[in-house]
Ligand binder design. Structure first.
Ligand code: BGC
Length: 739
């Protein structure tokens, strides 16, 4: 019987072979399915691993055979996916193929910088290229689907998952979301090297109270729509095939049981046609949230709210059939969920050939291709941010007699690929900073001491570190967080460089008052560097830069590559300023520019309101000057556009790249608007001495926002405008939007 149905469905074609499109094929298939089989498509379980790869767990095998399992996570490799797929295709009544998903977040084998780092490249092409390579590698190991991109905007450095996003800005975050989707999904999902993307975590997860993971989120609908939803909407516009509902509650309603965000906004307003997967047991968590009385109730709420697939929670598997039979969940919802999931499988071509992603030759030849590694090196360099460069400490000359490299991360090959590094190799494959600098220096030029661990309190290595610093002509410290200190469940209340590393920095400066010291930082969040800015000359933020991170860092340190990255998230002066972001509101008592400490103004008595390093900040080994700002008209008509331009000149001594940023400020509106809003950017390559004119087009579309009645539009009036190298500037120009 099984074989006959398989034959009829997929080979003979009398049911679906003549169908014109996937929707018709899905309907034909669904006509053959029992309710239990349809529910089976909404169930995802996790693969199991032994030493060498995934194995078919007894339960998973059983569930697949029974038609109770439609998708797997954490199962990949040709062997592992073939074993599982075979059961689904050959041992079930209808032979419906499984979908294999995995967290391919910033690379699969070849690891790119963590996403926050990658965003600092402001390079949409690089974002797309990195996710294209990730999709190449992942799909060659049997994967069809990644749980990425995370498009959660966040202004919360305490939140460990800020490392997985694109920073604090709505516009940039939305552009980056689109680039990821394009990279993963390509232009044709039926190609075996493209995979489904997943916009997560829907929604407002990045605004968890006090930066504590999984914590409560309260926010007005205006902020939700103006700030937190747009990157998700951008992902929909880019054709993202799946969404993931989040862990957090939003205004009292957990987002994995939130009909308003899932059905009203995502489905009705935005017309999203793909499927929604829960986060890991996030439907079960409706119970501890206090939103469902038990697991059965949680299953009911989840499906009714619009979560199509239950990630490992077992709830849909065990309770959905009865809930439908009892009339507590409309069968139409299950049909819709099943239809969407099957549609994705059709789009991937799995019904043409369920093994099309399972190919030994591709698996063996795709990972770590030299061109992937070259790209990873280029992207890691472009993602690093030169935060400070006093006394021209950088770049280092290759002729310096002796350079001391000190710190727990100098020789690291483990943390350097970051927290969520998929199947990135932590032992041996990644290029450490030490290996990177060894390409540039002779062994006798290099002095090395670890000095201390990232977290341990043991200062027994200080003496050696200080001693080699004294013998050196220049000093490079490679320090920061361990990779596990950011990412999921890695919130911190302290944003300082961890452990006793700050003490070592201080001691090294005391011992070497006149030497140039560079601090190279690996970390997954903005840190409080208030002490270090005075203790060291240069600070190079390399985040967790990935497989080729050490090589890229050496390229930057020795000036082979000129730094070009800029921050996509504010670095605060201390944790007490958090949340602090460039596009805050003005308040009724803004601080006067000439007297920031004035009493009864919106300031602190102990630290300035200003950032340590602003959004958009990043230095280069050359300098850029901005001149000749022009605006094509002082007035913007509702259907028209205006152009703003500026001339940027490379006024220093090296070729370089500059990220030119367009900001506006809506001065008066029916709801207050942020003091600055990024509305465009361009990354320019400029040879030394070269000038280019950068032009931005502005239309009313760019100026729209949701007002207090949740109407989306532009309000006439005066706007300020600037084209600047970072968000740290004062507006000088204006234009008017006409009625
Ligand atoms: C995370 C998701 C991830 C999922 C599957 C969850 O804990 O929040 O981002 O995709 O696990 O691994």
């Amino acid at each position: 019987m099984r074989k006959i149905i398989f034959f009829i469905l997929f080979i003979n074609g009398s049911f679906i072979g003549f169908a014109q499109n996937y929707e018709v094929k899905v309907d034909s298939l669904m006509n053959l399915m029992t309710l239990q089989e349809k529910i089976g498509q909404t169930v995802m379980y996790s693969g199991r691993w032994d030493q060498t790869g995934p194995i078919v767990g007894t339960d998973n095998g059983k569930y697949i055979r029974e038609g109770n399992l439609g998708a797997m996570l954490n199962a990949f490799s040709v062997k592992g996916t073939r074993d599982l797929q075979k059961i689904a295709v050959e041992e079930t009544r209808l032979g419906i193929p499984l979908l294999f998903g995995y967290d391919v977040i910033h690379g699969h084998r070849t690891i790119f910088p963590i996403n926050l780092g990658l965003s600092a490249s402001w390079d949409l092409k690089m974002v797309e290229e990195s996710s294209r390579i990730a999709a190449e590698e992942a799909s060659a190991e049997g994967l069809h689907w990644t749980f990425a991109p995370m498009v959660d905007l966040s202004r919360e450095p305490r939140w460990g998952r800020i490392s997985e996003g694109a920073g604090e800005d709505v516009y940039l975050g939305s552009e980056i979301a689109k680039a990821y989707v394009k990279g993963f999904q390509g232009d044709d999902l039926s190609k075996p090297n493209t995979i489904l993307a997943c916009a997560k975590h829907y929604v407002a997860y990045g605004a968890a109270q006090a930066g504590r993971d999984y914590h409560t989120v309260n926010m007005g609908e205006g902020e939700l729509r103006n700030v937190y939803l747009p990157p998700f909407k951008a992902a929909v516009d880019a054709g993202v095939e799946t969404f993931m509902s989040a862990f957090n509650e939003l205004n009292g309603v957990p987002t994995s049981g939130n009909k308003f965000t899932l059905r009203d906004i995502l489905r009705e307003e935005w017309g999203f046609e793909g499927f929604v997967v829960s986060d890991y047991t996030s439907i079960n968590e409706l119970v501890p949230h206090g939103f469902a009385k038990d697991s059965i109730d949680a299953a009911r709420i989840g499906m009714n709210a619009g979560v199509d697939m239950d990630m490992v929670g077992k709830l849909y598997h065990h309770f959905l059939e009865d809930l439908v039979k009892e009339g507590k969940v409309p069968e139409a919802y299950v049909n819709d969920a099943c239809r969407r999931i099957l549609l994705a499988k059709f789009k991937l071509g799995l019904f043409d050939n369920p093994y099309r992603y399972i190919n030994e030759e591709r698996e063996n030849t795709t990972k770590y291709k030299p061109e992937f590694l070259d790209k990873a090196r280029e992207i890691a360099a472009a993602s690093s941010v030169l935060l400070q460069n006093k006394n021209e400490a950088l770049p280092l000359s290759k002729d310096i007699k002796k350079i001391a490299f000190i710190g727990p991360l100098v020789k690291d090959e483990y943390d350097i690929i970051g927290n969520w590094a998929a199947k990135g190799d932590r032992k041996g494959k990644a290029v450490s900073v030490y290996e990177g600098i060894s390409e540039y220096l002779n062994p006798n030029q290099i002095l090395y001491a670890k000095g201390c661990e990232i977290l341990k309190d043991d200062d027994s290595g200080f003496e050696e570190a200080i001693s080699i610093s004294e013998q050196a002509d220049a000093i490079v410290l490679v320090m920061g967080e361990g990779h596990h200190m950011s990412g999921e469940a890695a919130s911190r209340t302290n944003l300082k460089i961890p452990g006793i590393q700050p003490e070592l920095i201080k001691k090294i400066r005391e011992a070497n008052p006149n030497k140039k010291i560079t601090l190279v930082l690996m970390n997954g969040r903005p840190l409080n560097l208030s002490n270090e800015v005075d203790l060291v000359d240069a600070i190079l933020e390399i985040w967790f830069p990935g497989t080729m991170g050490g090589a890229a860092t050496a390229d930057l340190l020795f000036g082979e590559v000129n730094p070009s990255g800029k921050l996509t998230v504010t670095f605060p002066r201390n944790v007490g300023q958090v949340p602090i972001y460039y596009n805050m509101k003005n308040t009724g008592r803004p601080i006067p520019e000439d007297n920031p400490k004035e009493d009864y103004k919106s300031n602190y008595i102990d630290v300035p309101n200003t950032t340590l390093f602003a959004f958009g900040h990043g230095l280069s080994y050359t300098t850029f000057t901005y001149s000749d700002f022009r605006i094509s008209s002082q007035t913007l008509n509702p259907n028209g556009t205006i152009e703003a331009s500026v001339t940027v000149t490379n006024s220093g001594n090296r070729d370089g790249h500059e990220i030119v940023q367009l900001y506006i400020h809506d001065k008066v509106a029916s709801v207050t608007r942020p003091v600055k809003e990024l509305k465009g950017f361009q990354k320019l390559a400029l040879k030394k001495g070269e000038s280019k004119t950068v032009t931005f087009k502005i239309s009313v579309e760019d100026l729209k926002f949701y007002n207090s009645e949740m109407k989306y539009g532009v309000e006439p009036g005066e706007f300020e405008i600037a084209i600047a190298p970072s968000s740290d500037f004062r507006f000088k120009h204006t234009f008017n939007v006409l009625d």
